[in-house]
Every structure is written in C-alpha cells, then in structure tokens.
Design a protein around this ligand. Structure first.
Ligand code: GRF
Length: 200
C-alpha cells in the first residue's frame, strides 16, 4: 500500500507540483490524498485539481470572526484531514503555525519545509533576509531544510534533510529565490523518500 500524504499549502504550490510530478513518474512511492489551503486563490489548488486530487479551502478569519478560538481552527483542520487517513502531513508553504490541537493528533507525522539552513531565518521572508544578510557580508551561503514539526516552534524540529544553496555576487533576489526553490523541490523529495522508507 502506498504512503498517503496530506499536503497543506497557502500559495503557488511549486513544491506540491514537485511531489505530484515525482509520484506520476513513479519516483516517489506515495499518493497525495488531499490538498488543503487557507487561501482561496492559492494557485496550488488549481495544480491539485488538475492532478485529480481532492481539495479543501480552510480559512481562519471567518472562524475567528464567529468567536471561535485558534485551536478550534486546528482541531477542525485535523478532523477534516483525518477523513483521508494520511500517513504524513506535508506543510508545503503553509503559512499558519500549527498548534498542539493539531500536532497532538499527528505526533512526529508533520513535515515542514523551510527555505533556509537549520537555525537560520525562521519565519517569513527567509530568502529575502538571507539575500540582505549576504549583501551585508554576514553570510556566504544559504540553503533549505525539511524537518519534523515536533512542537509549536517556528521552523525548527528534527532535521530530515538539508542542503546548501550558493549565493553569487551577481545574484538578484529573483535569481536566489529561483535557486532556493529548485533546491527545495529536490530536498523535499529526498526527505519524503527517507520517511517513506522508514515506514516500510
Ligand atoms: C517555499 O519557499 C516554502 O519553503 C515556504 O513557502 C514557499 C512555498 O512555495 N514555506 P510553493 O508554494 O511550494 O511554490
């Protein structure tokens, strides 16, 4: 039986696409059973639909406006996903921090992708901040990491895979962004191979 992945996104979904393509080419022994986005306009939802994957739009704001708590949002998310019986939850550009209300349902089963090396630039705009740090002479390289989400901390947890991405003097921010994203697509697949093999 192939490994069942639930993928959470908020935007473009290029990492989702990398998984879809690898599965289609039989380079990854997995199946994406559901894609959830907190943003209605996330292009990744279109990618999923095109690939025949069920999608859900799960926005936070209406829930908070109706007087519910943040944990209620995560509980509802966990329940929605549970219906698809996933083995792993992949946060591929998911822009919310998951609380324990979600993580306790999936201990050590949530994988996050971060466009920086371990311990560097946690949170949003990591590539921009790496680019600025390079310009200021503070760093010589950046990278990406894929890790398990073990608690509510931001972009940290046991590392599954990491790789450096070089920065060149001639780089524009767009060039660096493209290099880091390409690196992410590879490292994400490497990490997924690792966890899938670990389950066998
Ligand atoms: C990636 O850089 C990921 O590391 C970050 O958000 C971005 C999502 O890109 N958390 P995409 O939607 O997969 O193209």
């Amino acid at each position: 039986m192939s490994t069942r992945l639930a993928v959470l996104i908020s935007g473009n979904g290029s990492n989702l696409q990398a998984m879809i393509d690898a599965i289609r080419m039989r380079l990854l022994a997995a199946e994406i059973v559901v894609v959830v986005s907190n943003r209605k306009t996330a292009f990744g939802l279109e990618r999923a639909t095109k690939a025949g994957i069920p999608t859900h739009y799960h926005p936070l704001k209406p829930l908070l406006e109706a007087g519910q708590e943040r944990a209620d949002y995560d509980t509802a998310l966990a329940e929605m996903i549970a219906a698809y019986k996933p083995n792993w939850i992949v946060l591929a550009g998911w822009m919310h921090i998951l609380s324990d209300a979600f993580l306790q349902r999936y201990p050590y089963r949530v994988i996050n992708l971060h466009p920086a090396l371990p311990g560097q630039f946690p949170g949003v705009n990591a590539i921009e901040r790496a680019y600025e740090a390079y310009q200021a002479g503070k760093i010589k390289k950046t990278g990406v990491m894929v890790h398990l989400v073990s608690d509510e901390g931001v972009d940290n947890g046991p590392i599954l895979a990491t790789r450096e991405a070089l920065i060149y003097r001639s780089d524009t921010l767009e060039m660096l962004q493209q290099r880091v994203h390409q690196t992410e697509h590879q490292v994400l697949l490497e990490a997924l191979h690792r966890v899938i093999e670990g389950d066998e």
